[in-house]
Design a protein around this ligand. Structure first.
Ligand code: FPP
Length: 277
């Protein structure tokens, strides 16, 4: 959680405040990651073109970002455009998404500044069109000094390709510093990921009900709590973000250990006879 002085709870809507009141502020997740899915279905249910669903989805990004900033969520990471989207969607849709990203940045950097949000990106962004990259750099630089929520947009992102990039750059470092492979640690891999310096997500939300990870942050979500909602992304709001956090706070995170209430722990386990089945 960000310092209390930076919280803006009074700016939440009445409904949001009612849910926030049920939360334990000291147990807020540090990092929420979201797979934003269902723009196309949202449009289809209304007999609208898929493009309209994406446009509505971009407005949702702003609403959710604002709620995150108001409650002092330090890290919010959104899967906006995958490598697979880039390769497998019709060119017209990809080029619409690129134009939408530019328009979104133009229209919302001021709102990010008002919310003290710092914007950054992960993914193969160097392969996006030049004009899009230029707009992205402008928005990143404009918000770089902000100290509230860090909003990370995953753009042209794929987790396996992130891991390949990480292993390649780690291999270069090992060669330069003559490091023995036996000395490679998990921390070394973390340092070479696009997310170096960020905490792993505590909570991963996926909208539109699909039970898939879709090549998103595979290394980073080893111990992340997963929340899947049937709600389609354009219908998701700050209220639903807070509901997901409330659900997360009911979970017991064990990181492979034991909970307090799982029966007696045997002190002399090495003396128990094991029956072969
Ligand atoms: C999935 O919906 C969503 C995407 C492929 C892209 C996410 C994009 C946005 C939320 C809008 C743009 C974002 C920014 C930051 C400007 P889908 O098309 O896969 O939906 P479907 O599964 O129902 O077809």
């Amino acid at each position: 959680m960000l310092p209390a002085a930076k919280l803006r709870i009074e700016e939440l809507s009445v409904e949001e405040r009612a849910i926030y009141a049920t939360l334990k502020p000291e147990r807020l997740p540090q990092h929420v990651a979201i797979i934003m899915d269902g723009n196309g279905r949202w449009a289809g249910h209304r007999s609208l073109k898929r493009f309209i669903g994406h446009q509505q989805g971009a407005s949702t990004v702003q609403l959710v970002m604002e709620t995150a900033a108001r409650i002092g969520l330090p890290w919010l990471t959104l899967y906006a455009f995958s490598l697979e989207n880039n390769l497998r969607r019709p060119r017209a849709e990809v080029s619409f998404l690129m134009r939408l990203l530019k328009t979104y940045l133009d229209a919302n950097v001021q709102r990010m500044l008002d919310n003290n949000v710092r914007l950054r990106y992960i993914g193969h962004t160097g392969e996006l069109p030049d004009d899009v990259q230029e707009k992205m750099r402008w928005a990143e630089q404009a918000t770089a000094a902000n100290t509230g929520t860090t909003l990370t947009l995953a753009l042209n992102y794929g987790s396996r390709s992130e891991l390949v990039d990480a292993f390649r750059s780690l291999a270069v470092e090992m060669k330069q510093k003559h490091i023995n492979p036996e000395h490679i640690s998990e921390e070394d891999i973390h340092r070479h990921l696009y997310t170096a310096g960020m905490p792993d997500p505590d909570l991963l939300i996926r909208t539109s009900g699909e039970m898939r990870l879709s090549n998103f942050l595979l290394w980073q979500i080893a111990y992340t709590e997963i929340f899947v909602t049937d709600r389609l992304w354009p219908d998701f709001t700050g209220i639903h973000l807070l509901q997901a956090i409330a659900d997360y706070q009911q979970r017991e995170r064990r990181y492979g250990g034991l909970s307090d209430n799982v029966g007696e722990v045997e002190e002399n386990a090495d003396q128990i006879k094991i029956v072969a089945n």
